[in-house]
Design a protein. Structure first.
Length: 260
């Protein structure tokens, strides 16, 4: 069985912006999907959702993107009608609930990272990527499976840097995992990087759940309840049945990690 970890980000990796409350955190969320299941079930289900609500056509497919959905921008203008929005939101929640996938979210508090490690300036994105891939490899080991990793494209230079960082971890291991583990369970030393407009089901699902997962992780860290809104409903689905769990059923340190 082969799986793929689809990764989306919330926030940015700029340590210089860490004092700005709006840019204090960087979060990476990975959605794990079986590749055969993507072909047979996940992709058709997501395409059906878009066809039913936005008249998506194979020649001009609509690509789900959370920011445009929230702001009801093209091609999601129909959501400005309250009844249409209600129907779509329920369909989306059903999809998020019913699809078979697992989630890992890693959040780094860049401000605390700066204060704690004055002499260490490991790129926050690369740091989070290493941590999320470690947990993905442990999950693959528990399933007796193999897989690879795909991330949303950021920019040409950043993509190359991220690919290099991924290959270094694959080749050299990490502080907590020997390289043999990465080699044993990852089918490629190369990180796949794709843009969302390629209509990749896994990246669209990751985009939809990434921000709610970040907010749910932040609420958990601050010992607060989930927000009473649509994102909070997604967060509850993730906590109830989608986050990767350890042997004793715990989410923390397995499907949810707070750094530093």
């Amino acid at each position: 069985m082969k799986y793929r970890l689809y990764i989306d980000e919330v926030g940015n990796s700029d340590l210089g912006s860490s004092k700005d409350p709006n840019h204090r955190y960087l979060s990476l969320t990975g959605v794990i999907l079986n590749l055969e299941y993507v072909s047979t079930t996940a992709f058709p289900a997501i395409e059906a959702l878009k066809r039913d609500h936005f008249n998506s056509h194979p020649d001009e497919p609509v690509t789900l993107h959370r920011k445009e959905l929230v702001n009801k921008k093209h091609p999601f203008e129909s959501l400005r009608d309250p009844a249409t929005e209600t129907a779509f939101n329920q369909s989306l929640l059903n999809l998020i609930q019913n699809l078979d996938y697992a989630v890992i979210t890693v959040v780094i508090d860049k401000l605390e990272h700066n204060q704690r490690y004055e002499a260490w300036r490991f790129d926050p994105y690369h740091y989070c990527m290493t941590v999320i891939v470690e947990r993905y490899v442990l999950w693959l080991k528990s399933k007796g499976a193999v897989g690879d990793v795909m991330a949303e494209s950021r920019s040409g230079k950043e993509d190359l840097s991220l690919k290099d960082a991924f290959e270094r971890v694959y080749t050299n291991g990490s502080d907590f995992m020997e390289p043999e583990m990465f080699v044993a369970y990852l089918t490629s030393r190369q990180l796949k990087v794709k843009i969302k407009s390629n209509n990749i089901a896994g990246l669209q699902l990751a985009d939809i759940v990434a921000y709610p997962s970040f907010r749910a992780t932040l609420a958990h860290k601050e010992r607060q309840s989930l927000a009473d809104n649509f994102g909070g409903k997604i967060g509850k689905i993730l906590e109830d049945s989608k986050y990767v769990r350890g042997p004793d059923g715990q989410i923390d340190s397995w499907g949810r990690e707070w750094l530093p």
